[in-house]
Design a protein around this ligand. Sequence first.
Ligand code: MGD
Ligand code: MGD
Ligand code: MO
Length: 647
Amino acid sequence: MEAETGRVVGVNGGANSPLTDGFVCGKVRNIAEHMYGEDRVLHPMVRAGAKGSGEFRRATWDEALDLIAARMRSARDEFGGEAILPYHYDGSNGWLTGASLASRFFRRVGASRLLKTFCAMPSKTASTGLYGPVPGTALEEYEHAKLIVLWGVNPSATGIHLVPIIQRAIDRGAKLVVVDPRRTPLARRAHLHLAPRPGTDLVVALAAIHAMFERGHADLDFLREHTVGWEELRARASRWTIDRAARESGIPEAELDRFVELYAASSPAVVRCGWGSERNRNGGGATAAILALPAVANKLGVRGGGFTMSNGDARWGVSAEWGIQAREPKTRAVNMVQLASALTELRDPPVQLLFVYNCNPVATAPNQEGVLRGMARDDLFTVVHEQVMTDTARWADVVLPATVFLEHRELRRGYGAMRMYDAHAAATPAGEARTNNEVFGALIDRLELGVAGEPRTDDELVAAMLAGERGAEIRAQLDAHGAAVPLDGPTPILFRDVRPETGDGKVHFVPAHLDAEAPGGLYHYREDPGSAEFPLALISPALASMISSTFGQLRKGEYPIELSPADALARGIRDGDLVRVWNALGEVRVAAKISKDVRDGVVVLPKGLWRKHTRNGLTSNALVPETIADLGGGACYNDARVQVARA
Ligand SMILES: Nc1nc2c(c(=O)[nH]1)N[C@H]1C(S)=C(S)[C@@H](COP(=O)(O)OP(=O)(O)OC[C@H]3O[C@@H](n4cnc5c(=O)[nH]c(N)nc54)[C@H](O)[C@@H]3O)O[C@H]1N2
Ligand SMILES: Nc1nc2c(c(=O)[nH]1)N[C@H]1C(S)=C(S)[C@@H](COP(=O)(O)OP(=O)(O)OC[C@H]3O[C@@H](n4cnc5c(=O)[nH]c(N)nc54)[C@H](O)[C@@H]3O)O[C@H]1N2
Ligand SMILES: [Mo]
């Protein structure tokens, strides 16, 4: 990183991560455009025109914070603390800007609690249910695999550092299987590409499990010694014969067969499970079944085998909570997926004050028109702390300028790599931008919620989070190498170096709490929500050029919806035609792009688009229901079912 006179002039990859290995993706290489572009929010602003008009007047920090504090007090006095709703996801934030003083503040105010369910909740609930909080196979280790299965994940866009590792494994003779309704760049290189109908991964994985048992590929000795509930899993999977799963998923029987035999015969075999398979009504059960497979066939305990989900579950021995120092109150919980309903329907008390930070819900939350109706409420006071003028910030009563990661300190863990970094600010904040902790620290003072002696500055917070002997060890690693590794090292192997953290050290295939939570029980399959009226599955995968909606302001022009040649032909749609895409929730107008990479019955409009990227100012989320997944309250982005016609 080069910082001259406090301004970022360029960004290059660092050498202290063997995973990234000096390489930095295009999005981040262009960070200066994000930091110094015309959409950057440079000073506090108070709404001057109608809600959503984007008309603001400049204010001082004191004026803005006083106004917010006054509205907080009046909301709390009149309606109670639960009338205040914090709204954030913290997707790319670390321990300092993700929680810390914001959590302390909202807990002490007695605000409604936000269930952070945009992403990874079904898969995390499933993986920790089966294995406990254990790390998955380190991505560096994939080089040693003989078979790599990419299930509902598209590393070419979302985790670019895995791509050269996969290529090296292929060069050494490894086979690649991709499970994805789209022909992704790696699906093109794969030896086998299974293209399921969205939301059917559960039956695909259960059919593979069933076949493993039927064909003698299950490791019964391992199952008896190291697992609980395998007979129940076997019984539940038995419904899903290969031919039945083939019919439900739309994958040819012969391909499912080939997958089963390839997986059974290969070792080391590793499954990289992604998030494409979790964002639907069956997402939790799907992840559970996908992650059960490596235990049924016993692909564990060897280098380059096993599975990876999120690697955030590595054991660090320190906690972000240590910086918060405020007990979580038992106030009302609001699922962030259901923001539209929360703003338009919730009573006792209604949401009176919405505080958005680290998040752009107008672009990223389901039921977009519902969210917009909620944001338009005259009696709602909305604060948005943002780096750039997003679709959400436009609807605010007060916009506060936020620092970009190069302008503040951050303690962060990798999403893929099992490493922790303590990144110091490399640039002076643009304009009057302040960090999350500066903002929430000031609000703690204004509402007199502070306790003398507790950590307040970023330095104090980091010291609190890295307290104790283990913290000192991490500190020493950070100082010496620029990165720290988890307690079990950077590449622990499950069933060799670590055991499942389930209490008895065994894999639990049908944990009681998951079985109770999932409608119909764990591994119960819920039918496709499509109908004759709305038969097409709309999926919204990630774009390589953005991180969810982040950097969307830099993207010029409209974005097309992709559909298969057969689906286009059946509707008389030609490439480039303007189409309407609609269902009972809403309608989006965009150009059509005919693509052989999309399977029939599926249409694709990426996640994170801004309103300016479509003809009518609505994006895929205008078509996404507020329904939740079987586990973890997760979003069902890929359960949107639509019809498409020429406009
Ligand atoms: N460049 C970039 N990188 C990112 C992000 C980004 O927006 N841009 N987002 C970050 C975040 S927040 C996350 S959560 C991760 C997500 O990382 P990924 O999980 O890789 O991302 P997605 O694009 O959501 O989904 C992956 C694939 O799942 C497929 N898919 C959709 N529905 C189904 C299904 O029902 N079954 C199966 N098997 N596949 C399905 C999609 O076609 C897509 O190719 O990436 C992170 N990295
Ligand atoms: N249709 C559809 N929608 C989706 C998905 C999908 O698959 N389909 N996927 C979902 C997924 S995986 C995720 S993770 C969510 C993510 O959705 P969001 O949580 O809304 O994340 P982003 O779109 O990245 O927006 C984050 C915002 O926070 C701001 N920000 C970043 N750092 C800071 C900071 O330090 N302080 C403050 N105050 N602000 C900061 C950025 O400028 C940016 O505008 O989107 C979800 N939305
Ligand atoms: Mo995500």
